[in-house]
Design a protein. Structure first.
Length: 414
């Protein structure tokens, strides 16, 4: 289907029209440029062909030369005043479409005033006009081509904006939910450890706030048999409180026989209200379990939070793209396997698709997220939807619903 329609009057600007058609065909391809003398086959209903061409065009160029406004028929009637004049019909139809209509002023021609035109052509005078001069052909042509590209792209996006992304559009690789569940469970465990570490910290701070220190004598080593048949020993302490009470109590910690000796004096902290509650007065005796539970909890929850934050950023990006993005249909190209990365004997796979930019006609490639199962048996010969950011083709989402056991969404070509 043509992208650019050239409207001109043969006895006014045929030379310019031919040169312009060749320039546009070189840049965009001949199938994207419509000019009546070349593109209407013999026997075709001329008005119908012109009407269909204009409806399917994104840009309509109105070439206006020195004789365009005042051209007359054999009876001396100005052609633009005749309702059946083909140039008038072309312009009137174009002004009713979504196409970008650009008056092209040839070699210094001025844009007509509104009162010089029939009523249905008067909106033409509000459109931005461009010059095309033989003496500045390259400069003027470059400017015109930029406007044509912008018009084609804007029309393509306008067409896509009315298309809805199918409900089964899914940019999430298979197995993502399992990973999400594992991350959630791990994060919950880490937070539980952190909470338990905080509870131990609060309890220990309260104990230390009212604890008293003294020296206790080891009076016995109580043996305890381990599961492997070996023995550990729990020291039994004897000390006298400031109130004169003699207390016998075992320590909460156990060790090998050589760590303590009967008769050895050990500095301890004890609770005056509960003298049986005593611990050695060392850093690790005071803070060991706080460090273990709090440290493990912080490490686990912290390391799990990083991918959670990255996932949250990705979810935000997905929502933004699904809101403002444009769906395009891309063709399967290949599957790449990254042999440099290995997890449990598996290498990640990436689905590569291609799409031709309707403006530049360049091929653009898109890559899926990492997949841990070979998608080739399913992905081959697929037409895969990609939602793109119109302002940045590097920001996109690929529909992976075909990997989830569902048919590819029904979308039309952009």
């Amino acid at each position: 289907m043509p992208g650019v329609f050239i409207s001109y009057r043969r006895d006014d600007s045929a030379g310019f029209a031919g040169a312009l058609e060749r320039e546009l065909a070189t840049r965009f391809g001949p199938e994207f440029v419509f000019m009546d003398i070349k593109d209407i086959e013999g026997g075709t209903d001329f008005p119908v062909a012109i009407d269909e061409a204009i409806k399917s065009s994104e840009v309509v160029l109105i070439l206006t030369g020195s004789r365009w406004l005042d051209a007359k028929d054999e009876h001396g009637v100005r052609r633009l005043e005749k309702p059946g004049d083909f140039v008038r019909q072309e312009i009137a139809r174009a002004l009713k479409t979504q196409a970008r209509v650009i008056p092209v002023l040839l070699d210094g021609t001025n844009l007509p005033l509104a009162e010089q035109l029939p009523q249905d052509l008067q909106p033409l005078t509000t459109r931005q006009a461009l010059e095309l001069r033989n003496s500045h052909w390259d400069e003027d042509m470059a400017r015109l081509l930029n406007h044509v590209r912008e018009g084609m792209y804007a029309a393509s996006l306008q067409e896509a904006s009315g298309k809805k992304i199918e409900l089964d559009f899914n940019p999430t690789p298979p197995g993502h939910r399992t990973v999400k569940l594992l991350l959630g469970v791990t994060l919950a465990m880490g937070l539980i450890f952190v909470a338990f570490g905080i509870a131990l910290l609060v309890s220990q701070v309260r104990f230390l706030a009212g604890a008293r220190n003294t020296d206790a004598r080891i009076v016995n080593l109580l043996p305890e048999r381990a599961d492997d048949g070996s023995y550990t020993y729990r020291p039994q302490l004897e000390y006298v409180t400031p109130a004169g009470q003699t207390v016998h109590t075992p320590l909460d910690t156990v060790s090998n026989r050589s760590a303590y000796h009967v008769g050895e004096l050990v500095p301890i902290l004890f609770d005056p209200d509960q003298p049986e509650h005593a611990i050695p007065n060392t850093f690790w005796s005071r803070w060991l379990f706080v460090v273990i539970f709090g440290g493990i909890g912080i490490v686990v929850s912290g390391s799990t939070s990083i991918p959670s934050v990255l996932r949250a950023i990705r979810r935000h990006r997905i929502r933004g793209l699904l809101k403002k993005g444009r769906p395009i249909v891309t063709a399967y190209h290949s599957v790449e396997e990254n042999a440099a990365v290995e997890v449990q004997g598996l290498h990640p796979f990436y689905v590569i698709t291609e799409w031709r930019n309707p403006v530049s006609h360049e091929l653009v490639q898109f890559r899926s997220p990492a997949l841990w199962q070979d998608p080739r048996p399913i992905a081959s010969d697929q037409l895969i939807t990609v939602v793109i950011d119109p302002d940045n083709f590097h920001c996109y989402l690929m529909d992976l619903s075909f990997l989830h056991g569902r048919a590819a969404p029904r979308v039309r070509r952009l």
